[in-house]
Design a binder for this molecule. Sequence first.
Ligand SMILES: *[C@@H]1O[C@H](CO)[C@@H](O)[C@H](O)[C@H]1NC(C)=O
Ligand SMILES: *[C@@H]1O[C@H](CO)[C@@H](O)[C@H](O)[C@H]1NC(C)=O
Ligand SMILES: *[C@@H]1O[C@H](CO)[C@@H](O)[C@H](O)[C@H]1NC(C)=O
Length: 481
Amino acid sequence: MEFFAFSKLFGVLCLVILSMVSLVSGIGVNWGTQSTHNLPPEIIVKMLKDSGFQKVKLFDADYDTLKALGNSRIEFMVGIPNDMLTSLASLKVAEKWVSKNISVHLSDNNVNIRYVAVGNEPFLETYNGSYLRTTFPALQNVQTALVKAGHGNQVKVTVPLNADVYESASSLPSSGDFRADIHGFAIQIVKFLSDNGCPFIINIYPFISLYTDSNFPVEYAFFDGKATPIIDGGAIYTNMFDANHDTLVWALKKNGFGNLPIMVGEIGWPTDGDRNANVQLAQRFNQGFMAHISDGKGTPMRPGPIDVYLFSLIDEDAKSIQPGNFERHWGIFAYDGQPKYSLNLGTTNSGSLIPASNVKYLESKWCVLKPSAKLDDPQVAPSVSYACAHADCTSLGYETSCGGLDERGNISYAFNSYYQINNQLDVACKFSGLGTITKSDPSTPSCRFGIMIEPYYGGAGRRNGCTSAALALILLLCTIL
Ligand SMILES: *[C@@H]1O[C@H](CO)[C@@H](O)[C@H](O)[C@H]1NC(C)=O
Ligand SMILES: *[C@@H]1O[C@H](CO)[C@@H](O)[C@H](O)[C@H]1NC(C)=O
Ligand SMILES: *[C@@H]1O[C@H](CO)[C@@H](O)[C@H](O)[C@H]1NC(C)=O
């Protein structure tokens, strides 16, 4: 009787596990951590698995993060920041990096690391060539170090590049080639990737094209086929992604590398901080893209499945806003792991994003402008400037989610952002006597006055989490048997 119950339970468990295995197809996502408050890695890992992401791209190789990812079966790409490229001209430094940041995780922590991204968009035009001469030696040394450490087959190197590394004189994909000022550097890298069986990684952003060029045809950014087609020989392009991707294919072909594998390292749409950045358009773009690649047809020049990493998993409220206010709003999930819109990745049975579970928030209270405060108080302007400089006001402004607030609402929003980022410290709601703490939520239907999540300090919480999960499992087994 008892044995029968146990074997039945086992059968169900096996079915669940088998159905999870058969769903593997490979949608990836970028996980950046430039936030004032990061969710604990365990919560993120569960979120990734629940929602059906099988691959993750990181921008560094943070030890605690990678350790927490062990045994998760998720495939990882770790990153080396641009400011480390110069020092990696030394093979010794590269060997140390591989030993500390790769070998440990492969051997002790069972992390499935598959790629190392050497630098991040190092040839971006705005870097003025700062990394032109340091990228290739770093790439070579990291590769040599990986091979020496015996990881040559498991871990491949690559350099994620922005689509600005190539251009097309006639604006047709077939006249694509690498930018003249970096041509030699690009080919050097391409040849190395090709010789070592490594992929070319490209980041493509129709949103940025729309943001920087007011004449950009909006429909061409999306995948509904409503844009005026571009005819290029036998190929017809109705969306920028395909045309841009194939400009790269032509550039590679022209230089003798027409078969080099291409992966899309970043693609996505932000939800706030610009008139074209909102939940509706982000949903339209990302869902349209998923549908576009789901049939495995590829692009006119590269039929077949496309390997992608969406940008990005979660909002980062401490990112530089030099490129624009939208920079802090690329997440498919908000800072607290709540999905911002529905997105079917086609990799789970539910077909939907699953919110993070067990998220710990600070108390339900907000900092706002005192009702008695006068708008012409001379302390108002400097207080708002201070709050916005040290917190996050990128949701304020013309045609953004909080753009409809009145002046008092604006000020309260700035105060609250500073208060929450500072963990609701009483002193962070002073503002020369202009601020006051309230328990009634000042949010409006479109504008969320957030409550911050608890700060995460790593280590201890992780162990407790494991213990309580193990206890829960034992309890569950005992109840059933
Ligand atoms: C490992 O990577 C981290 C994060 O990128 C970096 O700070 C650290 O210096 C690396 N360790 C070594 C020994 O290079
Ligand atoms: C690139 O050059 C421009 C103009 O000379 C300058 O404003 C900018 O700060 C430079 N950027 C970097 C990353 O050096
Ligand atoms: C609110 O703040 C934004 C950004 O600082 C500003 O553009 C807007 O004009 C303000 N609105 C009001 C009503 O003060």
